[in-house]
Write a protein that binds this ligand. Structure first.
Ligand code: UT7
Length: 331
């Protein structure tokens, strides 16, 4: 059987910084509240002219270069996002066209901040089944396009960014994606939502006047869900790989709130050097938060060959899930 191995990793964060001090000028908030409740100090914002697909293309090119591949080598493109360039067509199709003139199957996956975990799982399945050999799995979100900068309860949390991996089939060995775990519970669908602009509430003067095209979140409810969902995702992913928390070398959690990350650390008695945390500099970049953090620690040299990495996320839907990877590649 084939196993999906990570052969390339890349990410992109826009240059423009929105600091807590900037937000203090815009809203009734303050640095002390934001840092103590979330751990966030600044976040990156895309330019108004820069779309989700533009960020995705930069991250993809970096991942392809890291893999020593060109876009024409890719058999399938999966793009996770919650902020598609337009409602349709898919952002993945636009990214495909920017990467290569060669028609290539491309699809968007939408599963809240867990979208990239879903994308990796689908890619793994297509590789293991023999359907595709090389899959590009992208995460890109321009949250600033749907954040209400008049709503202090959400405006302080989110940032923009993108990340991507190239997955390639290799004869089953120790390295690569060992297991994944996915779940969803739509009873919580209204807890984190962009209500306006879809088929339920098509765009109208009324939806715009009521600010329904902005992200709405019941923060406390999502927080309560997250502190249960994250440990479950971590344990379930590891169990499917035949491993336990003691086998995990590195946890890369979705960067939504420092207190949620610390809650998982306490639950499993993890040390700071086992858990990746860059939320202070990027805020919550939704689907992009895990690949951004992964790429960052890889460049810092913190990943040793053979390390067991757990990627774990939760998000709107409600959704949650994990991917267990043994780091390293073979040619
Ligand atoms: O990717 C998945 C996405 N979402 C999440 O992971 C979010 C999960 N939830 C959270 O991270 C937290 O619930 C928040 C950070 C959103 C909020 O933190 P909290 O500790 O749950 O605060 P709260 O909503 O209970 O609000 C406490 C107080 C309220 O004032 P009163 O009613 O106690 O007077 C809020 O109005 O803090 C106030 N508040 C703020 N104050 C200053 C809310 N936002 C702000 C703000 N600045 N930005």
């Amino acid at each position: 059987m084939m196993r999906a191995q990570v052969t390339g990793l890349g990410s992109y964060a826009p240059e423009r910084v929105l600091s807590n001090q900037d937000l203090e000028q815009m809203l009734d908030t303050n640095d002390e509240w934001i840092v103590s409740r979330t751990g966030i100090r600044e976040r990156r914002l895309a330019l108004p002219t820069e779309s989700t697909s533009d960020m995705a293309v930069v991250a993809s090119r970096r991942a392809l270069a890291d893999a020593g591949r060109v876009a024409e080598d890719i058999d399938f493109i999966i793009l996770a996002t919650n902020t598609s360039d337009t409602v349709f067509p898919s952002t993945a199709a636009r990214v495909q066209a920017q990467l290569t003139d060669r028609p290539t199957p491309a699809v968007d996956v939408q599963a809240g901040c867990t979208g990239w975990i879903y994308g990796l799982t689908l890619a793994k399945a297509t590789i293991e089944s023999g359907l595709y050999q090389r899959v590009l799995v992208i995460a890109s979100d321009k949250l600033s396009s749907i954040v209400d900068y008049e709503d202090r309860t959400t405006a302080v949390l989110f940032g923009d960014g993108a990340g991507a991996v190239v997955l390639e089939g290799r004869a089953e060995g120790a390295l690569g994606i060992l297991a994944t775990y996915l779940n969803a519970d739509g009873r919580g669908a209204d807890l984190l939502i962009q209500p306006g602009g879809g088929s339920r509430w098509p765009a109208s003067h009324e939806t715009v006047d009521n600010r329904l095209h902005y992200l709405k979140m019941s923060g406390n409810d999502v927080f309560r869900f997250a502190v249960k969902a994250m440990p479950e995702a971590i344990e379930q992913g590891l169990a499917r790989a035949g491993l336990t928390v003691g086998d995990m070398d590195v946890l890369i959690p979705h960067q939504a709130n420092q207190r949620i990350i610390e809650s998982s650390m306490r639950q499993f008695d993890l040390s700071e050097c086992q858990v990746v945390n860059n939320i202070g500099r990027y805020g919550n970049t939704s689907v992009a938060s895990i690949p951004l953090a992964w790429d960052e620690i890889r460049h810092q040299g913190h990943l040793s060959f053979g390390a067991v990495i757990v990627l774990a996320a939760f998000g709107s839907g409600l959704t949650w899930g994990s991917v267990v990877v043994r780091w390293g590649k073979t040619s």
